[in-house]
Design a protein around this ligand. Sequence first.
Ligand code: ADP
Ligand code: MG
Length: 394
Amino acid sequence: MKKTIRDFDLLNKKVIIRCDLNVPIKDGVILDDNRIRSSVKTIKYAIDNNAKVIILSHLGRVSSEEDKIKNSLYPVSIRLSELLNTKVEFIDETRGHVLENAIENMKPKDVILVQNTRYEDYPDKKESKNDPELGKYWASLGDIFINDAFGTAHRCHASNVGIASILPSGIGFLIEQELKMLGDTLNNPKKPYLVIMGGAKINDKIPVIEKLVTKADYILLGGGIANTFLKARGMDIKSSVYDKDSISFASNMLKKYEDKIILPIDGYGSNAYQDGLEVSYSDMTNIPDGIMILDIGPKTIKLFSEYINKAKTVFWNGPVGVSEFSNFEYGTKQVCQTLKESGAIVVVGGGDSAAAAIKFGYKDSFSHISTGGGASLEFIEGKTLPGIDIIEEK
Ligand code: ADP
Ligand code: MG
């Protein structure tokens, strides 16, 4: 068991909390503050326990001076201050006297947000390559390190692994919750255990599918992944997107797990990967020439619902259609609604599926929506996440 923030006496201590405040921002406006909200519990706990709270996070990627301007954490400091209902002092640098003096002058319950850790990536990738000098410098600013950034836990960076290899360390409430839901709950699922997978990148997801197919009672497939399986089954999917290199994987899966893998039977499509064009509807056996399937249809929803309604545990990764296009959001929305009504334990993992669930208003309808896209899939695959591995054991 990893140490958690609860295992430390925080009184008067300088506590560095690595959060994942990597939210989408356009022209200074935060488009989705979910990751900030998810970080509040740990930060609040540290404030309530009279720590001096120093927050680190990355935002986007920084490989030029312009990237720095685009990826300032300043707007995040404002939103965080609102959510915490307390002053958050924003330090517009990742090292130096201003930062050191501000920390020197902190009183218990004060909160500092340090500028984007990836400013250190320009020009020489110090943060992302876990430069030892950088980790050591950041560690010198605090007494205790708490990692609560699940979304970057699969990366070995200075702001997680670097600092944790020096300071006494623990995980925060968010990582604790992620480990509980993606780990304990899905490793010992109440049966029937159903997996729903969609999205486009089958190649990336092969290890996850291989892992899950042995644990799950059924796997429902949608999105581009389903196209690859339909093609492997010998169907004519016309212009639909599929992954040639994964056909043999898909046909092996179908042979080995024929009764477990459930494919769409109808769908909506269009003659280009674009929103707003004329929508075509057909059975999968009868897709018109020139059409690419971009969503699942009502017969498939009915079929999928029968499985969802019997399930006690569901893991869902990947939208079952191009849910970012309003013409093709139907299937993903219906899956969300059916999951909500099913009463099953529902865990959502994956960046786009989480974004879709939140966008369609299902943020509080499921047992857990993971804040880690890549990290959640790597964890489910059974890979070690370096940002968690480095944390002290109890
Ligand atoms: P997640 O981030 O949840 O793991 P992915 O990144 O694998 O999901 O997949 C999301 C992408 O899959 C979306 O951009 C969506 O447009 C695409 N997608 C879903 N269904 C289809 C489809 N039928 N054809 C092409 N792309 C699709
Ligand atoms: Mg994605």
